[in-house]
Design a protein around this ligand. Sequence first.
Ligand code: ZN
Length: 218
Amino acid sequence: MKDTAIVVFSGGQDSTTCLYWALKNFAVVETISFDYGQKHKIELEQASTIAGQLKVKHTILDLGLLNQLAPNALTRDNIDVEKYGEKRDLPNTFVDGRNMLFLTFTAVLAKQRGIRHIVTGVSQTDFSGYPDCRNVFIKSLNVTLDLAMDYQFEIHTPLMWLSKAQTWELADQLGCFEEILHNTVTCYNGIIGAGCGECPACVLRARGLEEYLQSRTT
Ligand code: ZN
C-alpha cells in the first residue's frame, strides 16, 4: 500500500498502539498532537519522543482555545480528576468537542498534505461515557468532513470494538507491548508507564492489562 496516514497522537496507550498499527498498514505515517493546555506536558514530550524514535513526522498544533471554552479536569489545576466510579453523567475529564476539533484540524492539515487516511484511537467499548468516542459519531464526522472540504477522507478506528485487554493483545501482536507498557502516558496525573494507579485512566489500563496477561497464561 502506497498511501500515507496521519495518526492523532497523544503519546498514550491507545494512540501509540494506533501508531504501530498505521506503520504496519500504510507506507508513510505521520502524527499530530494538540497542545490544549494539558496540566502534564509530559504527554506531549512523550509523544515527541516516541515519534522521534519511530522516525515519523510529528506536528504539534496549539489548541489553547479549547481550555478557554471547556474547563475540565485535564487542564485546570483547580479541578481534580474524579476517582474511578465517582462519576455521575459525564466524567469531568470529558472535554466538550475535543475529538471533533482534533479530527477536524487533523483533516484540514491532512488535505493540505494530500493525505486521505486519518487514524484515531477512540473506542466505543471502554468509552467511559464519552459521546465523541462512539462509532456513530466518527462515521457522521467522516461524512461531514468530506462534505465540508469536498475531499474523501477515511477515518480509521482500529480500537473501536476492542476492550482494553484486547488493545494490549493488539500491541503484543504488533510487537510494541513493552514500548506501550513502559513509555506511554495514559494517566490523568501525568505519570509515565503504569501511572498513579488511581485515576480512571490508570484503573482501566491496569484492569485491561491484568485481564490480558491472565488470558495469555491460560
Ligand atoms: Zn493515573
